[in-house]
Ligand binder design. Structure first.
Ligand SMILES: [Zn+2]
Length: 399
């Protein structure tokens, strides 16, 4: 018998924590902050390509799209409309009519923004080019399922609104902003001048808070979301070595998530209707530290924006968690707006895996402390192995 061991490739397990940590380090430490549409986001894609090539995956499709680089436009433009409306209201009857419409439009656009829907006015800011990277790993046998794994490559800013004392009240704050804009529209119709003044002052304060929140630097995004990219690379390597029998797996590294889920919207625009109507989507978010959970209910960023994963996905993840109890994965409700919001609002399936730190929140969320030193290799490994287990559960059940 011939011992093939010596000729085999070095036996590095791609799902091992230290292997995954190397990807996080390359993205978050070597490249650093990756704002949507910036050069460093493109460098992250170059790294992902290289890593996929090393695994042996060479068919990688880039799907470019235009994007602004910050979330400010999404909340700032509705306020600009609403405030313009409040000023027009001072110019007589016609002005009040126009003001009421602008106020209502502002409230509606803010609601869209905090609910994960596409932003009709996202072209007002400077446009840059971002892209999704897409890999498809076909099954070896008869095709039965499609599963799409999502991980975003871009990073957000350090935000005071996400400080530990303030983040829990984000949905209430956003609901108040929507209310303020709607109240502006109503005040134009009912015509109380003092009320209009109070609302205008409130809106100026609200706009000021949004502008102030844009002052923070972009973060390294080791947890958010290099951790997720690392998991997809690890799972990709495992699947390339041993593909599933009946399940086609898509690895989608999305761009511009932090500025309004632009990457996943672009993905659905191009592929959704034709190829993803029945697909499962598994989104990885901040899985680099703490316990691993799947989200059973998302608040969105207002009290009018909640959403939930589809029941089929929840059941699949539950069965996988039950059969792999060593991972300690559990279901939880969360204050969160993620790529699953875009999926669910557009009628697709989808569920998120999220890491939760000891305080019950994702670690270092939109904080300057989201750096390589705060990543736990064992958390990365758990997320990647559990993600792969979900795929295997689905595949085995469809034999
Ligand atoms: Zn994220």
């Amino acid at each position: 018998m011939i011992d093939t061991h010596e000729n085999a490739a070095p036996a590095i397990d791609p799902l091992e924590g230290e292997s995954l940590l190397r990807h996080v380090s390359a993205l978050a430490y070597n490249i650093g902050p990756r704002p949507a549409g910036h050069d460093t986001e493109a460098r992250a894609r170059t790294y992902i390509r290289k890593a996929l090539n090393e695994i042996g995956i060479t068919e990688i499709k880039a799907q470019p799209f235009e994007t602004p680089d910050s979330w400010a436009y999404a909340l700032g433009t509705p306020f600009a409309l609403s405030l313009t409306g409040m000023l027009l209201g001072r110019l007589g009857k016609l002005g009040r009519f126009a003001g009421a419409i602008l106020g209502a439009a502002g409230a509606y656009l803010t609601w869209r923004a905090v609910s994960g829907l596409r932003q009709p006015l996202d072209r007002v800011g400077t446009q840059r080019t971002s892209a999704n990277l897409i890999v498809r790993i076909p099954p070896t046998g008869r095709y039965r399922n499609t599963m799409v794994l999502l991980a975003h490559t871009d990073t957000n800013r350090h935000r005071e609104s996400f400080s530990s004392s303030r983040k829990a009240s984000l949905p209430t704050t956003a609901t108040a902003l929507i209310g303020l804009q709607a109240a502006g529209a109503v005040a134009q119709v009912t015509g109380g001048n003092w009320l209009s003044n109070v609302i205008t002052a409130g809106q100026i304060a609200g706009l000021g808070a949004i502008v102030a929140d844009e002052k923070g630097n972009f973060v390294d995004g080791a947890n958010d979301n290099a951790s997720a990219v690392a998991c997809l690379l690890g799972i990709g390597a495992a699947l390339h070595a041993q593909p599933l029998q009946h399940t086609e797996v898509w690895l989608v590294f999305t761009g511009a998530e932090e500025v309004g889920l632009k990457g996943v919207h672009a993905l659905l625009d191009e592929y959704g209707e034709q190829q993803m109507r029945r697909a499962g989507f598994l989104n990885f978010e901040m899985v680099g530290r703490g316990n691993l959970a799947y989200v059973t209910h998302h608040s969105g960023f207002s009290h009018l924006s909640d959403y939930a994963p589809d029941s089929e996905s929840v059941a699949l993840v539950e069965r996988t968690a039950h059969a792999n109890r060593r991972f300690g994965v559990f279901g939880t409700k969360m204050m969160m707006l993620d790529q699953v919001a875009a999926l669910r609002r557009r009628g697709y399936r989808g569920i998120s895996l999220v890491g939760l730190d000891v305080d019950g929140w994702p670690a270092n969320w939109h904080s300057a402390t989201d750096a390589i030193g705060n990543i736990q290799p064992e958390a990365l490994e758990r997320a990647a192995r559990f993600g792969l287990a979900i795929l295997q559960t689905l595949d085995t059940e469809s034999h």
